[in-house]
Design a protein around this ligand. Structure first.
Ligand SMILES: *Cc1c(COP(=O)(O)O)cnc(C)c1O
Length: 397
């Protein structure tokens, strides 16, 4: 008997079966809506089950290949693929909620998760309490008899606050509450939410799984207790994931480990560079020694991705514009996880209620891409020089 395969080997082998595809290494893109049944018996006895092909909306063999790969990586009972990470979060939550129920939402979660809670769930009579990301086992005090779902995200993708995921998951399980973790930052390579006691791990596959800034997809990896509920919600809302995008996600998986190693290393190099700049107040990166979340990151994660935060010393708007407008290698835009570097001014203050964001310096969200870090640092050196010139020309009043 061989030992269980290591993650890098899994990435090279999962979700493909050359024998069933003319010997070709990769599976085919199989598009389709209608599935034909040759006989009345076949039509009436079709098994409309997870992992089977019976109508295109529920997946073709290409979708199932991606599901199987992600299920193995996450140690899940099954994975539901939807058209975006945002759909993955709302679909994972909604199946467990009824009028009068209560949800607990980390104060640092992805902002559209918060908007879904405020705009949709509240309208249907579901109440929400936002909790301090540092709450840990203290979450038990916020669980009411109507609490059904706890949403965790670590680190938060704007403020990079860590959470004690096992402590929150244990408190939830003791009370029969479903925990859902947004694991987009670490991916299923660097954090295994289900092994930490979480019921459902959600990822925006748009980010590192796709890895090339050219698809949108979401993945919901469920344990055995939650899979059928999530699968029903997926069907009831009419979700679908395009086979072409599933195929690109499978292709992305093959190189995800080597890409992430570089994102991790370059991210830490850039974080150290920023930490050494006098114009920087604080770097937010849980894999950096000294970060408030470092001990939790070390305990629960095996690596870091390329996304982190930088709080600048206060500057003028012209100083900020001079910094970002002339960047040659860092693009300014939403999303992340592709091969290219990004620098995005962000303001978490308006999306906080439990623990206000009180930093007065501008937050920059940095995505370390796969470029040579020496070129990236030269680009940032020039940006700081432009900022200094702009501040000297028009000092703050
Ligand atoms: C991008 C993102 C999502 C949503 O993903 P989409 O595929 O863009 O819908 C969810 N969570 C986090 C943390 C993200 O960064």
């Amino acid at each position: 008997m061989m030992d269980p395969l290591k993650p890098d080997t899994l990435l090279a082998t999962l979700g493909r079966d050359p024998d069933s595809n003319a010997g070709l290494v990769n599976p085919a893109v199989q598009r389709g809506s209608t599935v034909l049944y040759p006989t009345l018996d076949a039509l009436q006895n079709v098994r409309r089950e997870y992992g089977r092909v019976y109508y295109g909306r529920h997946g073709t063999p290409t979708t199932i290949a991606l599901q199987d790969a992600l299920t193995a990586l996450d140690g899940a009972a099954g994975t539901i693929i939807v058209g975006s990470g945002a759909a993955a979060i709302s679909t994972a939550m909604i199946g467990f909620l009824s009028q009068g129920d209560h949800v607990l939402i980390g104060d640092c979660v992805y902002e559209p998760s918060r908007k879904f809670t405020e705009r949709v769930l509240k309208r249907f009579g579901v109440t929400a309490t936002y909790y301090d990301p540092a709450i840990g086992a203290g979450i038990a005090a916020l669980i009411t008899p109507r609490t059904r779902v706890i949403l965790v995200e670590a680190p938060g993708s704007q403020t990079f606050e860590m959470m004690d995921v096992p402590a929150i998951a244990a408190a939830a399980r003791a009370r029969g509450v479903v925990t859902i973790m947004d694991n987009t930052w670490a991916t299923s390579l660097y954090c295994k939410p289900l092994a930490l006691g979480v019921d459902i791990s959600v990822q925006s596959a748009t980010k590192y799984i796709g890895g090339h800034s050219d698809i949108l997809l979401g993945a919901i990896a469920c344990n055995a207790a939650t899979l059928e509920t999530v699968r029903a919600a997926f069907g009831d809302f009419g979700h679908h994931a395009a086979p072409d995008d599933c195929w690109l996600a499978l292709r992305g998986l093959r190189t995800m480990s080597v890409r992430l190693e570089r994102h991790h290393a370059t991210g830490l190099k850039l974080a150290a560079y920023f930490a050494g700049r006098p114009e920087v107040k604080r770097v937010l990166h849980p894999a950096m020694a000294g970060d408030p979340g470092h001990a939790l990151w070390k305990r629960d994660f095996t690596g870091a991705s390329g996304l982190f935060g930088v709080v600048l010393q206060p500057t003028t708007r012209a100083g900020l514009a001079a910094f970002v407008d002339g960047l040659q290698l860092f693009g300014m835009g939403y999303s992340w996880g592709g091969y290219e570097s990004l620098c995005l001014p962000a303001n978490p203050a308006h999306a906080r209620t439990a623990v206000p964001w009180t930093e007065n310096g501008q937050l920059l969200r940095i995505h370390a891409g796969l470029e040579d870090p020496r070129d990236l640092i030269a680009d940032l050196d020039a940006a700081f020089a432009r900022r200094a010139a702009a501040e000297a020309a028009a000092p703050a009043p």
